[in-house]
Ligand binder design. Structure first.
Ligand code: SF4
Length: 420
């Protein structure tokens, strides 16, 4: 039996802030070399028993039984798993012909963030959002900022030994590192944390929440029933059936549109472009508010011609009102040899987006551009929301309209529903 070596990645201060990210200090590199499913890699013996006792292993949804084999139908990878195999995302295994998620209730990172950090600029501005993740992702982005949880197995981020412990608000001041490794955060615990602290929304974020679908959707369903809103921060790589199920409970999403070139998606992300475009179409059709993020990575996604094509597609297919966030790349993971994105490239990308007709375009991870986070009224051009980094510095809205001229501003501006 092997457990990850656990270390506390960071603890953020602040009244409502709770953040723990568990990081393993060795052997991740070997684990990230797989390009397909992980053969014969499911947890076994005592480790498997303890995982089940903790409630961290649950039967998955959206899969096919094929005799003793299973096919996961959650994301377009559609992993075909023989007994004891583990899916490409690291979260899902075949045990005796049944697909299990290993990620249920075992959050490896949680934090209270400003909603602007997701980024969502047109959704309940200046409110906090309780944000959490389990490990895992179906992509292999060379530039991943959160590779230390996205490219890890659940068993590398959590430790099922010792007494079980569940997160409760009153435990926060006394939690030790050891407690955090053993900690469970089940859907009812997430909702209780929000209710105790008055936080209006939950975000499924940091890694790729689609691959811990069961954990996300059970939490979302419960949160919705209690009047708490649900935010999905995602690469958008999900099959239509689970997405439609999820849309019933979603209030907002931020989708990473990583580039507009299938070859670049293959090289940079080990993914595909078309499923992401389909996700955006579905979100629109289902009436879920969403914003799009495009990270501009030098030499990979900084072609202005490609950015032009992407912006044109967004306007033509989705209309001018969904915000687009161009995000500045900073060297990370396997792309530490590249420089940060030059700011003038971002400014030029923003000009292209505006020129093709997008009404709300922002620059993220960038300092020194005064209006990088400003929402301008499409009617009178006055600023209606001004921001500095993740903080709203001026709000000039009357309800959902510009306070200067009354032009409606697209977004979700009202507060959370009353608790049911
Ligand atoms: S979620 Fe995607 S990567 Fe994970 S097992 Fe299912 S199909 Fe494979």
């Amino acid at each position: 039996m092997r457990y990850g070596a656990l270390g506390l990645g960071g603890v953020a201060g602040g009244a409502a802030a709770v953040y723990y990210a568990l990081r393993q200090t060795s052997s991740w590199a070997a684990a990230t070399t797989a390009t397909d499913v992980f053969k014969n890699d499911a947890p076994r013996g005592v480790l498997w028993e303890r995982w089940r006792e903790r409630g961290w292993a649950r039967e998955g949804r959206h899969y096919l039984k094929l005799g003793r084999n299973v096919q996961c139908r959650l994301c377009p990878n559609q992993c075909l798993l023989e007994p004891e195999d583990r899916g490409r995302c690291r979260d899902r295994v075949n045990k005796e012909g049944t697909l299990y998620t290993l990620a249920y209730g075992n959050a490896c990172a949680f934090h209270t963030d400003p909603i602007e950090k997701k980024p969502l600029y047109h959704f309940l501005p200046a409110t906090p959002v309780f944000s959490f993740a389990a490990s895992g992702c179906g992509f292999r982005c060379l530039n991943c900022q959160n590779w230390d949880i996205s490219q890890r197995k659940p068993e590398e981020t959590k430790d099922p030994r010792g007494d079980p412990i569940r997160l409760r608000p009153e435990l926060m001041p006394t939690l030790t590192l050891e407690d955090v490794g053993r900690l469970s955060l089940f859907p009812e615990d997430v909702v209780a944390m929000c209710q105790a602290t008055g936080i209006p929304s939950v975000a499924y974020t940091y890694s790729e929440p689609s691959v811990w679908f069961e954990y996300m959707i059970d939490t979302a369903r419960l949160a919705r029933a209690k009047g708490i809103k649900n935010v999905w921060v995602t690469c958008g790589y999900i099959q239509e059936e689970p997405l439609l199920e999820l849309c019933q409970y979603l209030d907002a999403a931020n989708v990473d549109l990583k580039s507009f070139d299938p070859d670049v998606y293959g090289k940079l992300n080990s993914g595909k472009l078309e499923p992401i475009l389909e996700t955006l179409r579905t979100l629109k059709r289902e009436g879920v508010w969403f914003e799009v993020t495009n990270l501009v990575v030098p030499t990979y996604t900084d072609s202005l011609a490609m950015i032009h094509r992407m912006c044109q597609w967004l306007v033509d297919e989705l209309g001018p009102d969904y915000p687009l966030h161009f995000s500045r790349f900073h060297p990370a993971h396997k792309l530490t040899h590249l420089p940060p994105t030059p700011v003038d490239v971002l400014v030029e990308a923003r000009a292209i987006a505006r020129q093709v007709g997008l009404r709300y375009v922002y620059l993220g991870n960038v300092l020194g551009v005064e209006d990088a986070g400003t929402t301008f009224c499409p009617g009178c051009r006055h600023p209606v929301i001004q921001r500095y980094v993740y903080h709203v510095t001026r709000l000039n809205l009357e309800g959902s309209a510009c306070a200067e001229c009354g032009t409606p501003i697209a977004g979700v501006w009202e507060g959370p529903r009353a608790a049911g």
